[in-house]
Design a protein around this ligand. Structure first.
Ligand SMILES: Nc1ncnc2c1ncn2[C@@H]1O[C@H](COP(=O)(O)OP(=O)(O)OP(=O)(O)O)[C@@H](O)[C@H]1O
Length: 196
């Protein structure tokens, strides 16, 4: 088990968003969270990441996580390669520069390692966010709308990265409004968990 949510309820701003949500993610599994704007998809990822506490129920994780949201979480003043190495070092990983370079190559940004993060385009920022996830080598990926702003090749790269991560025993919980080609992924429709 990489992630388990047991009978979880989530409240934000004093409002109950969803209740009675149970979910188990094991090695190689992927769950796609669906639902309309504002239903609580990002909140669910934050719960899974441990950034917010459940109102009720229990969240259990067995290892490190890599979370990618709208916020790039890379130092905008650093060069891209250095910004990625910084995170990998913080995660206590070895060979951080090599790891960062490999991740940048995978997302197609290998030539931009020396460019300051603030100069990246929208899609390049998305790719950089995925590079941060790749470099973290965490078993659990939590991806909030990872395809936003990506071109066709970028979406294909994202799908491949997710497949490789799962093939290596990782798990993925993600939200998306756009269709992504993910083999044998479960869909979790949050609509079914909105309190009456
Ligand atoms: N820090 C916060 N304090 C209070 N309310 C919040 C907070 N963060 C989110 N909310 C509220 O929680 C609800 C769910 O937000 P969330 O971002 O989880 O939705 P979502 O399903 O991801 O939406 P979208 O599809 O638009 O990204 C919204 O009504 C939002 O206003």
């Amino acid at each position: 088990m990489i992630l388990e949510l047991h009978q979880v309820a989530c409240a934000r701003g004093g409002r109950l968003l969803f209740t009675q949500l149970s979910l188990t993610l094991g090695a190689g599994e992927a769950v796609v969270v669906t639902g309309p704007n504002g239903i609580g998809k990002s909140s669910l990822l934050r719960l899974a990441a441990g950034l917010i506490a459940p109102f009720e129920g229990r969240v259990t994780r067995s290892g490190r996580i890599a979370l990618a949201t709208e916020d790039l979480a890379l130092d905008t003043e650093r060069r891209l390669g250095e910004a990625l190495s910084f995170w990998a070092r913080l995660d206590g990983l070895a060979a951080v520069d090599r790891r960062a370079a490999a991740a940048l190559d995978t997302v197609g940004l290998g030539k931009l390692a020396d460019v300051p993060v603030r100069l990246l385009s929208t899609g390049q920022r998305r790719r950089a966010g995925l590079a941060r996830v790749l470099a973290a080598e965490a078993p659990l990926w939590l991806l909030d709308e990872p395809g936003n702003g990506l071109d066709v090749a970028g979406v294909a790269m994202l799908e491949r990265a997710i497949a490789d991560h799962r093939a290596g025993g990782g798990a993925v919980l993600l939200t998306t409004h756009q269709p992504l080609a993910l083999t044998d992924a479960w869909t979790l429709a949050l609509d079914g968990h909105v309190p009456a």
